[in-house]
Design a protein around this ligand. Structure first.
Ligand SMILES: [Zn+2]
Length: 107
């Protein structure tokens, strides 16, 4: 059956470990990402393909599409992308991205 999930199933970088047994959470699964991060995902997100990693792969893809390193914005030169990852109480990972820059004299 394509609409069922069992422990051991893989969805992208995610390996299903166990059904989520926490109270009030009846339709999600504990998964381990290839990067080692564990997080809970809703069954529907796994089945429809919107959950393929803990977020690390999404972030990598986004960086590749919008890499601003070396770009100039007026006096600012972008020198690096900065990633901050923080685990939230519900077990998911929140990722925020920013850029590091330095002030340059006008070209
Ligand atoms: Zn990951």
């Amino acid at each position: 059956m394509a609409d069922t999930i069992r422990a051991g199933d893989r969805f992208g970088a995610l390996t299903v470990i166990d059904i989520d047994n926490r109270p009030h959470r009846t339709s999600s699964w504990l998964c381990r990402c290839d990067c080692g991060q564990e997080a809970y995902f809703y069954t529907s997100r796994l089945l429809n393909g919107s959950a393929k990693s803990c977020g690390c792969k999404n972030h990598t893809d986004r960086n590749q599409q919008t890499d601003l390193t070396g770009k100039r914005f007026g006096h600012l030169l972008v020198i690096a992308a900065v990633t901050t990852r923080a685990a939230s109480p519900n077990g998911s990972a929140a990722v925020t991205a920013a850029i590091r820059w330095k002030s340059m004299p006008p070209a």
